[in-house]
Design a protein around this ligand. Structure first.
Ligand SMILES: *[C@@H]1O[C@H](CO)[C@@H](O)[C@H](O)[C@H]1NC(C)=O
Ligand SMILES: *[C@@H]1O[C@H](CO)[C@@H](O)[C@H](O)[C@H]1NC(C)=O
Ligand SMILES: *[C@@H]1O[C@H](CO)[C@@H](O)[C@H](O)[C@H]1NC(C)=O
Ligand SMILES: *[C@@H]1O[C@H](CO)[C@@H](O)[C@H](O)[C@H]1NC(C)=O
Length: 410
Protein backbone atom coordinates (compact mmCIF):
# COMPACT_ATOMS: atom_id res chain seq x y z
CA UNK A 1 0.00 0.00 0.00
CA UNK A 2 1.37 3.44 -0.86
CA UNK A 3 2.00 5.66 2.14
CA UNK A 4 -0.90 8.02 1.87
CA UNK A 5 -3.00 10.35 3.90
CA UNK A 6 -6.07 8.43 4.79
CA UNK A 7 -9.24 9.84 3.36
CA UNK A 8 -12.65 9.01 4.86
CA UNK A 9 -13.49 5.32 5.06
CA UNK A 10 -15.28 4.96 1.78
CA UNK A 11 -12.61 6.68 -0.22
CA UNK A 12 -10.11 4.54 1.70
CA UNK A 13 -11.82 1.36 0.58
CA UNK A 14 -11.96 2.52 -3.01
CA UNK A 15 -8.32 3.51 -2.89
CA UNK A 16 -7.26 0.22 -1.32
CA UNK A 17 -9.17 -1.65 -3.97
CA UNK A 18 -7.50 0.43 -6.67
CA UNK A 19 -4.07 -0.10 -5.15
CA UNK A 20 -4.70 -3.78 -4.69
CA UNK A 21 -5.63 -3.99 -8.36
CA UNK A 22 -2.47 -2.08 -9.22
CA UNK A 23 -0.38 -4.43 -7.10
CA UNK A 24 -2.02 -7.44 -8.69
CA UNK A 25 -1.30 -5.98 -12.11
CA UNK A 26 2.30 -5.35 -11.16
CA UNK A 27 2.70 -8.88 -9.84
CA UNK A 28 1.19 -10.57 -12.85
CA UNK A 29 2.84 -8.47 -15.54
CA UNK A 30 6.39 -8.62 -14.24
CA UNK A 31 7.70 -12.14 -14.56
CA UNK A 32 11.20 -11.57 -13.28
CA UNK A 33 13.71 -14.18 -14.35
CA UNK A 34 15.25 -16.21 -11.53
CA UNK A 35 18.49 -14.70 -10.20
CA UNK A 36 20.77 -17.07 -12.07
CA UNK A 37 19.25 -16.00 -15.36
CA UNK A 38 20.16 -12.33 -14.96
CA UNK A 39 22.45 -11.22 -17.79
CA UNK A 40 25.74 -11.04 -15.95
CA UNK A 41 27.69 -8.31 -17.70
CA UNK A 42 25.37 -6.58 -20.09
CA UNK A 43 25.99 -3.26 -18.39
CA UNK A 44 22.40 -2.23 -19.04
CA UNK A 45 20.57 -1.03 -15.95
CA UNK A 46 18.34 -3.84 -14.76
CA UNK A 47 14.90 -3.44 -13.27
CA UNK A 48 15.01 -3.59 -9.47
CA UNK A 49 14.05 -7.04 -8.16
CA UNK A 50 10.64 -7.22 -6.49
CA UNK A 51 10.66 -6.88 -2.70
CA UNK A 52 10.70 -10.17 -0.81
CA UNK A 53 7.26 -11.57 -0.10
CA UNK A 54 6.05 -11.80 3.45
CA UNK A 55 4.71 -15.19 4.45
CA UNK A 56 1.69 -15.22 6.71
CA UNK A 57 -0.17 -17.68 8.86
CA UNK A 58 -0.04 -19.38 12.26
CA UNK A 59 3.13 -21.32 11.40
CA UNK A 60 4.90 -18.19 10.12
CA UNK A 61 6.33 -15.33 12.20
CA UNK A 62 3.87 -12.80 13.65
CA UNK A 63 3.28 -9.20 12.65
CA UNK A 64 2.41 -6.05 14.60
CA UNK A 65 0.16 -3.10 13.78
CA UNK A 66 1.57 0.04 15.39
CA UNK A 67 -0.62 3.01 16.29
CA UNK A 68 1.82 5.89 16.90
CA UNK A 69 0.28 9.13 18.16
CA UNK A 70 1.73 12.59 18.60
CA UNK A 71 0.79 16.23 18.75
CA UNK A 72 2.03 19.57 17.40
CA UNK A 73 5.83 19.61 16.91
CA UNK A 74 6.11 15.80 17.16
CA UNK A 75 6.56 14.92 13.47
CA UNK A 76 10.37 14.49 13.63
CA UNK A 77 10.10 12.48 16.84
CA UNK A 78 7.46 10.24 15.32
CA UNK A 79 9.77 9.60 12.34
CA UNK A 80 12.68 8.77 14.63
CA UNK A 81 10.47 6.35 16.55
CA UNK A 82 9.18 4.87 13.27
CA UNK A 83 12.76 4.19 12.13
CA UNK A 84 13.50 2.56 15.49
CA UNK A 85 10.51 0.18 15.27
CA UNK A 86 10.32 -0.34 11.50
CA UNK A 87 10.10 -3.82 9.98
CA UNK A 88 8.57 -4.73 6.60
CA UNK A 89 6.29 -7.35 8.20
CA UNK A 90 4.52 -4.78 10.35
CA UNK A 91 1.89 -2.11 9.63
CA UNK A 92 2.22 1.45 10.89
CA UNK A 93 -0.39 4.17 11.29
CA UNK A 94 0.87 7.60 12.39
CA UNK A 95 -1.43 10.21 13.88
CA UNK A 96 -0.83 13.86 14.75
CA UNK A 97 -3.74 15.36 16.71
CA UNK A 98 -5.21 18.86 16.33
CA UNK A 99 -2.20 20.31 18.16
CA UNK A 100 -0.39 19.93 14.83
CA UNK A 101 -1.23 22.05 11.80
CA UNK A 102 -1.99 20.60 8.38
CA UNK A 103 1.48 21.62 7.20
CA UNK A 104 3.12 19.39 9.78
CA UNK A 105 0.76 16.53 8.95
CA UNK A 106 1.57 16.92 5.25
CA UNK A 107 5.29 17.08 5.97
CA UNK A 108 5.02 13.82 7.92
CA UNK A 109 3.22 12.12 5.02
CA UNK A 110 5.82 13.48 2.58
CA UNK A 111 8.64 12.13 4.76
CA UNK A 112 6.98 8.72 4.83
CA UNK A 113 6.72 8.81 1.04
CA UNK A 114 10.22 10.09 0.45
CA UNK A 115 12.73 9.44 3.21
CA UNK A 116 13.28 5.68 3.24
CA UNK A 117 13.31 3.50 0.11
CA UNK A 118 11.99 0.66 2.30
CA UNK A 119 8.87 2.63 3.27
CA UNK A 120 8.16 3.21 -0.43
CA UNK A 121 8.90 -0.36 -1.36
CA UNK A 122 6.87 -2.15 1.32
CA UNK A 123 4.13 0.49 1.55
CA UNK A 124 3.25 -0.40 5.10
CA UNK A 125 3.23 3.08 6.67
CA UNK A 126 0.16 5.35 6.61
CA UNK A 127 -0.53 8.76 8.08
CA UNK A 128 -3.99 9.75 9.29
CA UNK A 129 -5.03 12.64 7.06
CA UNK A 130 -7.84 13.88 9.27
CA UNK A 131 -7.21 16.55 11.82
CA UNK A 132 -9.06 16.01 15.08
CA UNK A 133 -8.66 16.97 18.70
CA UNK A 134 -7.37 14.60 21.38
CA UNK A 135 -6.90 15.10 25.09
CA UNK A 136 -4.74 12.34 26.57
CA UNK A 137 -6.69 12.41 29.85
CA UNK A 138 -10.11 12.26 28.18
CA UNK A 139 -12.16 9.84 26.14
CA UNK A 140 -11.08 11.50 22.86
CA UNK A 141 -7.82 9.55 23.33
CA UNK A 142 -9.85 6.32 23.47
CA UNK A 143 -11.83 7.33 20.36
CA UNK A 144 -8.54 7.96 18.53
CA UNK A 145 -7.15 4.51 19.42
CA UNK A 146 -10.39 2.84 18.26
CA UNK A 147 -10.20 4.86 15.04
CA UNK A 148 -6.62 3.68 14.53
CA UNK A 149 -7.70 0.09 15.25
CA UNK A 150 -10.51 0.28 12.68
CA UNK A 151 -8.22 1.69 9.98
CA UNK A 152 -5.45 -0.81 10.69
CA UNK A 153 -7.93 -3.70 10.48
CA UNK A 154 -9.01 -2.37 7.09
CA UNK A 155 -5.58 -1.69 5.54
CA UNK A 156 -3.65 -4.54 7.14
CA UNK A 157 -5.19 -7.98 6.63
CA UNK A 158 -2.29 -9.91 8.19
CA UNK A 159 -1.17 -8.38 11.47
CA UNK A 160 -1.58 -10.30 14.73
CA UNK A 161 -1.27 -7.64 17.45
CA UNK A 162 -2.16 -3.97 17.76
CA UNK A 163 0.46 -2.07 19.74
CA UNK A 164 -0.02 1.52 20.98
CA UNK A 165 2.86 3.99 21.22
CA UNK A 166 3.22 7.75 21.59
CA UNK A 167 5.93 10.10 20.40
CA UNK A 168 7.36 10.00 23.95
CA UNK A 169 8.06 6.24 23.76
CA UNK A 170 11.10 4.30 22.57
CA UNK A 171 11.81 0.61 21.96
CA UNK A 172 14.21 -1.36 24.17
CA UNK A 173 14.54 -4.18 21.65
CA UNK A 174 14.86 -4.46 17.88
CA UNK A 175 11.94 -5.71 15.79
CA UNK A 176 13.94 -8.88 15.15
CA UNK A 177 13.92 -9.33 18.94
CA UNK A 178 10.26 -8.45 19.35
CA UNK A 179 8.96 -10.64 16.50
CA UNK A 180 11.16 -13.50 17.67
CA UNK A 181 9.92 -13.15 21.27
CA UNK A 182 6.25 -13.09 20.23
CA UNK A 183 6.73 -16.10 17.95
CA UNK A 184 6.68 -18.23 21.08
CA UNK A 185 3.15 -17.43 22.33
CA UNK A 186 -0.40 -17.99 20.98
CA UNK A 187 -1.60 -15.16 18.75
CA UNK A 188 -4.85 -14.70 20.68
CA UNK A 189 -3.16 -13.36 23.84
CA UNK A 190 -3.83 -9.79 24.98
CA UNK A 191 -1.17 -8.00 27.02
CA UNK A 192 -3.24 -5.68 29.20
CA UNK A 193 -2.00 -4.54 32.59
CA UNK A 194 -5.07 -4.52 34.88
CA UNK A 195 -6.42 -4.77 38.40
CA UNK A 196 -9.86 -4.92 39.99
CA UNK A 197 -8.51 -3.06 43.03
CA UNK A 198 -9.63 0.48 42.23
CA UNK A 199 -8.46 2.12 45.48
CA UNK A 200 -8.73 5.92 45.38
CA UNK A 201 -9.77 5.77 41.75
CA UNK A 202 -13.24 4.52 42.72
CA UNK A 203 -14.14 7.89 44.19
CA UNK A 204 -11.85 10.13 42.11
CA UNK A 205 -12.40 8.60 38.69
CA UNK A 206 -15.48 6.44 38.52
CA UNK A 207 -17.94 8.27 40.77
CA UNK A 208 -17.06 11.58 39.14
CA UNK A 209 -18.33 12.70 35.76
CA UNK A 210 -16.14 14.58 33.33
CA UNK A 211 -16.79 16.12 29.95
CA UNK A 212 -14.09 15.95 27.27
CA UNK A 213 -14.56 18.90 24.88
CA UNK A 214 -11.96 17.43 22.51
CA UNK A 215 -14.82 15.15 21.41
CA UNK A 216 -16.74 18.11 20.00
CA UNK A 217 -14.28 21.02 19.60
CA UNK A 218 -11.76 21.53 16.80
CA UNK A 219 -8.84 22.23 19.13
CA UNK A 220 -7.35 20.05 21.84
CA UNK A 221 -9.28 21.15 24.94
CA UNK A 222 -8.90 20.01 28.56
CA UNK A 223 -11.77 18.07 30.14
CA UNK A 224 -13.84 19.64 32.91
CA UNK A 225 -15.57 18.12 35.90
CA UNK A 226 -19.35 18.05 36.25
CA UNK A 227 -20.93 18.91 39.62
CA UNK A 228 -22.97 15.72 39.50
CA UNK A 229 -21.56 12.39 40.66
CA UNK A 230 -22.71 8.87 39.82
CA UNK A 231 -23.01 5.44 41.43
CA UNK A 232 -20.58 2.66 40.76
CA UNK A 233 -21.97 0.36 38.03
CA UNK A 234 -23.47 -3.02 38.90
CA UNK A 235 -24.00 -4.30 35.33
CA UNK A 236 -20.25 -4.91 34.99
CA UNK A 237 -17.18 -4.76 37.15
CA UNK A 238 -14.63 -2.00 36.50
CA UNK A 239 -10.98 -2.92 35.97
CA UNK A 240 -8.19 -0.37 35.62
CA UNK A 241 -4.52 -0.39 34.64
CA UNK A 242 -1.93 0.86 32.18
CA UNK A 243 -3.17 2.72 29.08
CA UNK A 244 -0.42 1.12 26.93
CA UNK A 245 -1.67 -2.01 25.24
CA UNK A 246 -0.85 -4.98 23.02
CA UNK A 247 -4.18 -6.33 21.73
CA UNK A 248 -4.80 -9.47 19.70
CA UNK A 249 -6.39 -9.05 16.30
CA UNK A 250 -9.52 -10.95 17.38
CA UNK A 251 -10.04 -8.80 20.48
CA UNK A 252 -9.42 -5.65 18.39
CA UNK A 253 -12.12 -6.83 15.98
CA UNK A 254 -14.42 -7.46 18.92
CA UNK A 255 -13.86 -3.87 20.16
CA UNK A 256 -14.43 -2.30 16.74
CA UNK A 257 -17.27 -4.40 15.36
CA UNK A 258 -18.10 -7.20 17.74
CA UNK A 259 -21.68 -8.48 17.79
CA UNK A 260 -21.85 -8.11 21.55
CA UNK A 261 -23.24 -4.84 22.93
CA UNK A 262 -20.70 -4.51 25.75
CA UNK A 263 -17.98 -2.77 23.65
CA UNK A 264 -20.43 0.04 22.76
CA UNK A 265 -22.10 0.29 26.17
CA UNK A 266 -18.73 0.63 27.87
CA UNK A 267 -17.55 3.14 25.28
CA UNK A 268 -20.49 5.38 26.13
CA UNK A 269 -20.08 4.84 29.85
CA UNK A 270 -16.36 5.69 29.77
CA UNK A 271 -16.97 8.78 27.60
CA UNK A 272 -17.52 10.64 30.88
CA UNK A 273 -14.71 9.05 32.88
CA UNK A 274 -11.28 10.63 33.32
CA UNK A 275 -8.42 8.58 31.82
CA UNK A 276 -10.74 6.15 30.08
CA UNK A 277 -7.73 4.64 28.27
CA UNK A 278 -6.83 3.20 31.69
CA UNK A 279 -10.16 1.40 32.08
CA UNK A 280 -12.02 0.76 28.82
CA UNK A 281 -10.07 -2.19 27.42
CA UNK A 282 -9.40 -3.57 30.90
CA UNK A 283 -13.08 -3.56 31.85
CA UNK A 284 -14.21 -4.85 28.46
CA UNK A 285 -11.88 -7.83 28.33
CA UNK A 286 -12.37 -8.85 31.94
CA UNK A 287 -16.17 -8.78 31.56
CA UNK A 288 -16.16 -10.74 28.30
CA UNK A 289 -16.31 -14.49 28.87
CA UNK A 290 -14.90 -15.14 25.36
CA UNK A 291 -11.77 -13.08 25.92
CA UNK A 292 -11.13 -13.01 29.68
CA UNK A 293 -8.93 -16.10 29.47
CA UNK A 294 -6.67 -14.51 26.85
CA UNK A 295 -5.57 -11.70 29.17
CA UNK A 296 -1.96 -11.53 30.32
CA UNK A 297 -1.47 -9.01 33.11
CA UNK A 298 1.47 -7.00 31.70
CA UNK A 299 2.03 -4.06 29.38
CA UNK A 300 5.75 -4.76 28.66
CA UNK A 301 6.59 -1.07 29.22
CA UNK A 302 9.19 0.51 31.45
CA UNK A 303 8.19 3.54 33.56
CA UNK A 304 9.59 5.23 36.63
CA UNK A 305 7.12 6.83 39.03
CA UNK A 306 7.92 9.64 41.41
CA UNK A 307 7.22 9.11 45.10
CA UNK A 308 4.38 9.93 45.57
CA UNK A 309 3.45 9.22 41.95
CA UNK A 310 2.39 12.12 39.77
CA UNK A 311 -0.13 11.88 36.95
CA UNK A 312 2.58 10.94 34.43
CA UNK A 313 5.66 8.79 34.92
CA UNK A 314 9.01 10.59 35.24
CA UNK A 315 10.96 11.72 32.22
CA UNK A 316 13.76 9.19 31.73
CA UNK A 317 17.39 10.24 31.31
CA UNK A 318 20.86 8.72 31.28
CA UNK A 319 20.72 7.99 35.00
CA UNK A 320 17.98 5.44 34.22
CA UNK A 321 19.81 3.79 31.32
CA UNK A 322 21.23 0.77 33.15
CA UNK A 323 17.86 -0.02 34.75
CA UNK A 324 16.05 0.44 31.45
CA UNK A 325 18.38 -2.01 29.72
CA UNK A 326 18.15 -4.45 32.63
CA UNK A 327 14.36 -4.46 32.60
CA UNK A 328 12.24 -7.11 30.86
CA UNK A 329 10.18 -4.46 29.04
CA UNK A 330 9.94 -4.00 25.27
CA UNK A 331 9.31 -0.23 25.33
CA UNK A 332 10.00 2.64 27.72
CA UNK A 333 8.53 6.07 28.30
CA UNK A 334 8.69 9.07 28.77
CA UNK A 335 11.58 10.58 26.87
CA UNK A 336 12.17 14.18 25.90
CA UNK A 337 12.70 15.07 22.26
CA UNK A 338 16.30 14.39 21.26
CA UNK A 339 17.27 13.38 24.81
CA UNK A 340 20.89 12.14 25.05
CA UNK A 341 19.62 8.86 26.52
CA UNK A 342 17.89 8.14 23.19
CA UNK A 343 21.24 8.43 21.42
CA UNK A 344 22.60 5.94 23.94
CA UNK A 345 19.69 3.60 23.21
CA UNK A 346 20.38 3.89 19.48
CA UNK A 347 24.10 3.21 19.92
CA UNK A 348 24.04 0.47 22.51
CA UNK A 349 20.67 -1.23 22.17
CA UNK A 350 19.42 -0.77 18.61
CA UNK A 351 22.84 -0.52 16.97
CA UNK A 352 21.74 2.27 14.63
CA UNK A 353 22.46 5.93 13.99
CA UNK A 354 19.55 8.25 14.85
CA UNK A 355 18.84 8.81 11.13
CA UNK A 356 18.88 5.16 10.10
CA UNK A 357 16.68 2.13 10.27
CA UNK A 358 17.81 -0.72 12.52
CA UNK A 359 20.12 -3.12 10.66
CA UNK A 360 18.25 -6.42 10.75
CA UNK A 361 18.06 -9.57 8.66
CA UNK A 362 15.61 -8.04 6.16
CA UNK A 363 17.97 -5.18 5.33
CA UNK A 364 21.22 -6.39 3.85
CA UNK A 365 23.31 -3.33 3.12
CA UNK A 366 22.81 -0.97 6.07
CA UNK A 367 26.04 0.09 7.76
CA UNK A 368 28.09 -1.93 5.26
CA UNK A 369 30.65 0.10 3.40
CA UNK A 370 30.21 0.59 -0.28
CA UNK A 371 33.05 2.33 -2.12
CA UNK A 372 34.40 3.43 1.26
CA UNK A 373 31.14 5.05 2.41
CA UNK A 374 28.87 3.46 5.00
CA UNK A 375 25.43 3.04 3.52
CA UNK A 376 22.83 5.37 5.07
CA UNK A 377 19.60 3.77 3.98
CA UNK A 378 18.33 0.29 3.41
CA UNK A 379 18.42 -0.62 -0.26
CA UNK A 380 18.99 -4.36 -0.45
CA UNK A 381 16.31 -6.60 0.92
CA UNK A 382 17.09 -9.79 2.76
CA UNK A 383 14.62 -12.36 4.06
CA UNK A 384 11.73 -10.64 5.85
CA UNK A 385 10.46 -13.88 7.36
CA UNK A 386 13.46 -14.70 9.55
CA UNK A 387 15.09 -12.86 12.43
CA UNK A 388 18.44 -12.55 14.11
CA UNK A 389 17.52 -11.93 17.75
CA UNK A 390 20.12 -10.72 20.20
CA UNK A 391 20.37 -11.31 23.95
CA UNK A 392 17.53 -8.86 24.56
CA UNK A 393 15.31 -10.92 22.24
CA UNK A 394 16.10 -14.14 24.10
CA UNK A 395 15.41 -12.45 27.44
CA UNK A 396 12.11 -10.99 26.22
CA UNK A 397 11.02 -14.33 24.72
CA UNK A 398 11.66 -16.09 28.00
CA UNK A 399 9.85 -13.40 29.98
CA UNK A 400 6.81 -13.42 27.71
CA UNK A 401 6.60 -17.23 27.81
CA UNK A 402 6.70 -17.10 31.61
CA UNK A 403 4.06 -14.42 32.10
CA UNK A 404 1.79 -16.01 29.48
CA UNK A 405 1.39 -19.06 31.70
CA UNK A 406 -0.98 -17.03 33.90
CA UNK A 407 -4.04 -15.83 32.03
CA UNK A 408 -7.34 -14.31 32.99
CA UNK A 409 -8.44 -11.49 35.25
CA UNK A 410 -7.77 -13.00 38.67
C1 LIG B 1 -17.61 -8.77 34.60
O1 LIG B 1 -16.41 -9.30 35.10
C2 LIG B 1 -16.55 -10.08 36.29
C3 LIG B 1 -15.17 -10.46 36.72
O2 LIG B 1 -14.40 -10.99 35.69
C4 LIG B 1 -17.43 -11.28 36.00
O3 LIG B 1 -17.62 -12.01 37.18
C5 LIG B 1 -18.77 -10.82 35.46
O4 LIG B 1 -19.55 -11.92 35.08
C6 LIG B 1 -18.58 -9.91 34.27
N1 LIG B 1 -19.85 -9.35 33.86
C7 LIG B 1 -20.37 -9.60 32.70
C8 LIG B 1 -21.67 -8.90 32.39
O5 LIG B 1 -19.82 -10.33 31.88
C1 LIG C 1 -11.67 -19.73 31.11
O1 LIG C 1 -10.94 -20.30 32.18
C2 LIG C 1 -11.78 -20.83 33.19
C3 LIG C 1 -10.89 -21.27 34.36
O2 LIG C 1 -9.72 -21.90 33.92
C4 LIG C 1 -12.57 -22.00 32.60
O3 LIG C 1 -13.43 -22.54 33.58
C5 LIG C 1 -13.42 -21.46 31.45
O4 LIG C 1 -14.10 -22.52 30.81
C6 LIG C 1 -12.56 -20.77 30.42
N1 LIG C 1 -13.42 -20.11 29.46
C7 LIG C 1 -13.24 -20.19 28.14
C8 LIG C 1 -14.20 -19.43 27.28
O5 LIG C 1 -12.31 -20.80 27.65
C1 LIG D 1 17.36 12.37 35.67
O1 LIG D 1 16.04 12.18 36.19
C2 LIG D 1 16.02 12.13 37.61
C3 LIG D 1 14.62 11.74 38.03
O2 LIG D 1 13.66 12.52 37.37
C4 LIG D 1 16.46 13.46 38.18
O3 LIG D 1 16.46 13.41 39.59
C5 LIG D 1 17.88 13.75 37.68
O4 LIG D 1 18.28 15.04 38.09
C6 LIG D 1 17.94 13.67 36.15
N1 LIG D 1 19.34 13.72 35.74
C7 LIG D 1 19.74 14.49 34.75
C8 LIG D 1 21.19 14.37 34.39
O5 LIG D 1 18.99 15.22 34.13
C1 LIG E 1 21.96 -4.96 35.61
O1 LIG E 1 22.10 -6.37 35.53
C2 LIG E 1 23.43 -6.82 35.76
C3 LIG E 1 23.50 -8.31 35.50
O2 LIG E 1 22.33 -8.96 35.92
C4 LIG E 1 23.85 -6.45 37.19
O3 LIG E 1 25.16 -6.85 37.42
C5 LIG E 1 23.74 -4.94 37.37
O4 LIG E 1 23.99 -4.58 38.71
C6 LIG E 1 22.35 -4.46 36.99
N1 LIG E 1 22.34 -3.01 37.03
C7 LIG E 1 21.38 -2.32 37.60
C8 LIG E 1 21.53 -0.84 37.54
O5 LIG E 1 20.42 -2.84 38.13
Amino acid sequence: MRPRRLPPCLAGTALSAALLLLLLLLCTSSSYPPLLAWPSSSGASLPAPPPPRAEWGPARPPSFAYWISGTGGDARRVLRLLRAVYHPRNRYLLHLDAGAGDEERKALAAAVRGEEPAWREFRNVDVVGHRYAVDPTGSSALAAVLHGAAVLLKVGPHWDWLLTLSAEDYPLVTQDDLLYAFSSVPRDLNFIDHTRDLGWKEHERFEKIIVDPSLYMDRNTEPFLSKETRQMPDAFQIFTGSPWLILSRSFTEHCVHGGDNLPRKLLMYFANTAYSMESYFQTLICNSSDFRNTTVNADLRYFVWDDPPGLDPLVLNESHFQNIVNSTAAFARRFEDDAPVLKKMDDEVLNRSPVQLVPEVWCRNLGKEQRGVASESCLKWGDINTFRPGRAGEKLRQFISEISQTRGCG
